[in-house]
Design a protein around this ligand. Structure first.
Ligand SMILES: C[S@@+](CC[C@H](N)C(=O)[O-])C[C@H]1O[C@@H](n2cnc3c(N)ncnc32)[C@H](O)[C@@H]1O
Length: 206
C-alpha cells in the first residue's frame, strides 16, 4: 500500500507489529477502564463510539465494560492490529489510514489517544477536520501535551513523535466546540498507571 506520509508507513509496517507485542496486557485494559470511567463522567447518552488509531482495542475493551450497549467502531492502519480488533467481535473496523477516512455517519463519542502525536504535522488540520466531522457530540483527545509544537526522538526514530496543544488547536479551529473537562494521567499512579498524558473532552455546540 502507498501512503501520503512516512509516519503512516511506519505504523503499518514492522514497527507497528512490534508495538502490538509490547502493549498487550490485561493491566493496560484495567488502567484504561479507570481512565475512561473518569472521562465519561463528563458525558451523557453516549450510544456510539469511534476510536481513531485503535490498535488492538485496549481502549475499546475498557469502554465496552463502561458502556455495554454502545456501538463501537475503530479506524486502524496496521493489519495485525486490525485482525485482533476483528477477533474481539462487535467492533466495526475500518482498516485504513485516518488520512483517508470519510465518516459514513457521525458517532456520539469520538476518541483519539496516543495517535495525534504520531501524525505528520502537515496533515494535522485534515485530521482535526475528520475528527470534527465524525462526531455527533463529543471529541476526546488524550495525547502528550506541549504549549508549543515540539518534536522528540521516538525509540531511536526521528520524525515520528510530536507534541503540541492539540485540543487547544481544535478549540481555535471550530468555535462551536466547548471544553467540558480535562485532566492528566500519570505513569507513577499507584494503582492504574498510564503514560503521562493530558486528556480533554470537547463538546459540539447545539
Ligand atoms: C501509540 S498507538 C496508540 C493505540 C491506542 N490508541 C491506545 O491508546 O492504546 C498508535 C496507533 O495508531 C495507529 N495509527 C497511527 N497512524 C495512523 C493512521 N494514519 N491511520 C490509522 N491508524 C494509525 C497505529 O497503527 C497504532 O495502532
Amino acid at each position: 500500500m502507498t501512503y501520503k506520509t512516512e509516519q503512516e508507513a511506519f505504523w503499518a509496517g514492522e514497527f507497528g507489529d512490534q508495538y502490538i507485542d509490547r502493549n498487550n496486557d490485561a493491566e493496560i485494559v484495567a488502567a484504561n477502564t479507570a481512565l475512561f470511567a473518569r472521562i465519561l463522567r463528563a458525558t451523557r447518552a453516549v450510544n456510539s463510539v469511534l476510536e481513531f488509531g485503535a490498535n488492538i482495542g485496549l481502549n475499546l475493551q475498557a469502554i465496552r465494560h463502561l458502556l455495554p450497549h454502545a456501538h463501537l467502531a475503530a479506524i486502524e492502519i496496521n493489519a495485525q492490529a486490525v485482525k485482533k480488533l476483528q477477533a474481539l467481535g462487535n467492533i466495526s473496523t475500518f482498516h485504513q489510514s485516518i488520512l483517508e477516512f470519510e465518516p459514513e455517519c457521525a458517532r456520539d463519542f469520538v476518541l483519539i489517544k496516543g495517535v495525534l502525536i504520531h501524525i505528520n504535522p502537515a496533515a494535522l488540520n485534515a485530521v482535526y477536520h475528520t475528527l470534527y466531522q465524525s462526531s455527533r457530540r463529543y471529541i476526546c483527545i488524550a495525547e502528550y501535551y506541549s504549549p508549543y509544537p515540539v518534536e522528540l526522538n521516538y525509540r531511536g526514530h526521528e520524525g515520528k513523535l510530536f507534541k503540541r496543544d492539540f485540543a487547544g488547536e481544535m478549540l481555535d479551529k471550530f468555535p462551536d466546540l466547548k471544553l467540558i473537562d480535562y485532566g492528566f494521567s500519570y505513569h507513577r499512579d499507584l494503582v492504574f498507571p498510564q503514560d503521562d498524558m493530558n486528556w480533554f473532552v470537547l463538546e459540539k455546540g447545539v
